[in-house]
Design a protein around this ligand. Structure first.
Ligand code: NAD
Length: 283
């Protein structure tokens, strides 16, 4: 029977620590402040932003939402980011993805000041992660690394297969694993033999957004399975990328969906905002 990694309670523990950090900052007259920009009307984004707002409220992070209409122009979006960059009361800036098609999201990420880039998507922070220097690490991989730390799961020398190569999850995840001396294979939609690439892995991180892409026969006994995917089954219930029920007796550790990676992502966002507030105040 696998150990089920309890992301929900670990996230709660991190939020409690962040609440104490926020209180210490308040004693020094500093109120950590996150600005979140949403463009258009994406229902899933609204849910994510609401959850982020709830976590910030609980901790004592000021949370301000900027809702831009669907037909926003690139220069209008960049102007808002530049305004928030200059605003000394704002410590973190987050641009919720996706944004409407004609807009260039990478240019927007590039415009977020590197000191306020709490999602870690600015090339400066991406570069720092690649060369092993301190910076902002994207919240999902950062949360997954916390899970490994909490459960004392060894990474050094292990074979890791990551399914997905997005800038948000797959690529930064690979860098995090590499920084802990894993041997990393990144699989993606053009990978020819997914099963062959994954079968040998000690650690599997599934982030394809494809329900049941990781099947029982792809996993070796005792592998660690981290399920990042967020999909809906026929009944509309949230589920991951992994055949959870079948793998629960095969994996050594496994994350559930919901209650695994999701809550950790939000907790690490609050940790990055606190980190930004401290750095900007030389603490
Ligand atoms: P994305 O669509 O940007 O990337 C998906 C990746 O999966 C791509 O690199 C693609 O090449 C790869 N892929 C697709 N089909 C594949 C296949 N058949 N075989 C191998 N690789 C395949 O998505 P993303 O933003 O990286 O998110 C991935 C999933 O993780 C989604 O379900 C998303 O909702 C979820 N997610 C969860 C959290 C969380 O906090 N739990 C955070 C971010 C993303």
């Amino acid at each position: 029977m696998s150990v089920i990694i309890d992301g929900k309670s670990l996230a709660k523990e991190i939020r409690e620590n962040m609440k104490q950090e926020a209180e210490k900052l308040k004693e020094q007259g500093i109120v950590p402040h996150l600005a979140v920009i949403m463009v258009g009307n994406n229902d899933a984004s609204k849910v994510y932003v609401r959850n982020k707002s709830k976590a910030c409220d609980e901790i004592g992070i000021e949370f301000k939402e900027y809702l831009l209409p669907e037909n926003t122009k690139q220069n209008e979006l960049l102007d808002l980011i530049k305004k928030l960059n200059k605003d000394k009361s704002v410590n973190g800036i987050l641009l919720q993805s996706p944004i409407p098609k004609p807009l260039d999201i990478q240019e927007a990420f590039n415009t977020i000041s590197k000191e306020k880039d709490v999602d870690g998507f600015n090339p400066y922070n991406v570069g720092n992660l690649c060369i092993g220097q301190d910076g902002f690490i994207p919240c999902t991989p950062l949360g997954i690394m916390k899970m490994f730390e909490k459960y004392n799961i060894e990474i050094d020398g292990k074979k890791v297969a990551i399914i997905g190569r997005s800038n948000i999850v797959g690529k930064p995840m690979a860098q995090c694993m590499l920084s802990k001396n894993a041997t990393v294979t990144i699989c993606h939609s053009r990978t020819k033999e997914l099963k062959k690439e994954v079968k040998d892995a000690d650690i599997i991180i599934a982030a394809a957004g494809k329900r049941n892409i990781v099947t029982e026969d792809m996993v070796k006994d005792g592998a660690v399975i981290i399920d990042v995917g967020m999909n809906r089954n026929e009944e509309g219930k949230l589920c991951g990328d992994v055949e959870f029920e079948k793998l629960i007796n095969k994996a050594s550790y496994i994350t559930p969906v919901p209650g695994g990676v999701g809550p950790m992502t939000i907790a690490m966002l609050t940790a990055n905002v606190i980190k930004a507030a401290k750095l900007q105040n030389n603490i």
